[in-house]
Design a protein around this ligand. Sequence first.
Ligand code: LRH
Ligand code: MN
Ligand code: MN
Length: 425
Amino acid sequence: MKITTDHIHSSNKPLEISHAREFNFLAENLEKKGLNVEALIQKIQALQIAIPSWALGTGGTRFGRFSGGGEPSTLIQKIQDVGILHALNRSSDSISLHIPWDIPQDYDAILQAAAEVEISFDAVNSNTFQDQADQSLSYKFGSLANNDKSIRKLAIEHNKEVIRIGEKLGSKALTVWLADGSSFPGQHSFRKALQNTYESLLEIYQELPSDWKMLIEYKPYEPYFYSTVISDWGTSFLLANKLGDKAFTLVDLGHHLPNTNIEQIVATLMTEGKLGGFHFNDSKYGDDDLTVGSIKPYQLFLIFNELVTGFEETSNPTPAWMIDASHNLKDPMEDLLQSVEAIKLAYAQALIVDRKSLEAAQDGQDVGQGQEILQDAFRTDLRPLVRESIRQSGGAISPIQSYRDLKVRETLIKERGKDSKASGL
Ligand code: LRH
Ligand code: MN
Ligand code: MN
């Protein structure tokens, strides 16, 4: 299935009048506050969030998986699904591949399929947390951190191979999430594991093309439950600093212990110019990978508040934005549309924060006023502004409603069958 401009126009038609009324009312209020609505729209339009190839099928838990049908079973179908999302919201113009879940076979066909739906290739992800079917040695006790040199070498070679695959696709970054760790005290030496990891990463880093970045993702626990080698932003930052200018820290929102102040981490990393990428999701307990903004929308806003000031006041390069969500209940495409909307809303809210007054409140130790200013922005309903930005980009006023009205899932089930399964998690 392909979404055409006719599809967008016909599904927008019934919404146009009420949308215009809501948008005009909001725009007038924002202009009264001295905000430039046109400039806001342009910034919101420019925010593009990559879709991970593994989020297009229904995620599972270790207890079960309930597929909704019509899942993409090939990489080309995954690219087409991202094309559908992008046609609807004009906000996800790239896909991020996980290797070897999605190894391109016919590069020309893959590149052509992507060009047809105006999609490019974002960061490529390596995978040394699973053994592949034909693998000679096992990652059971670690990969880049392993004490066994030949196992480290296998994992290093895999990462180099992922870079070569990414180069053929036009990717510009390698994301390394290293699961390595231990589940029991005494299982391994923390210092040896860290040193091995640094040396392995250095070998991979030396292979990075000059215009590439290495994004180092951290996570406190899971799959190992006593220690993880790259468990927090500090360890990732330390490694990125030692490796060099092309290495950065990647923040996955779900990879923090409960109540961690993620916005402060963002601010610290940006101060040092080392925030390289984001994996957006939401969570209640751990790495739940729920829809962005579904549990803690205020936290998301506070994170964007730091990002927006960071863009203005630091020289941190623009991070790679990606969703990393996957779950068991909703249609994954609807979930991704909701996640993108939540991200854009939080960004828009951060853009309207009255920065001058906030700074004055901070300088004047006016704690109450600081809160008032932030919450005034957070509680302004900016959905009509986000919708207008998407409409002006040629997308749907309500991407989810159009997705449903255009019967996308039903069509995909007809085309691919009820039992088609996506590879990945
Ligand atoms: C690990 C993670 C990492 C992986 C993805 C599948 O929890 O967040 O980014 O690549 O999930
Ligand atoms: Mn992640
Ligand atoms: Mn994760």
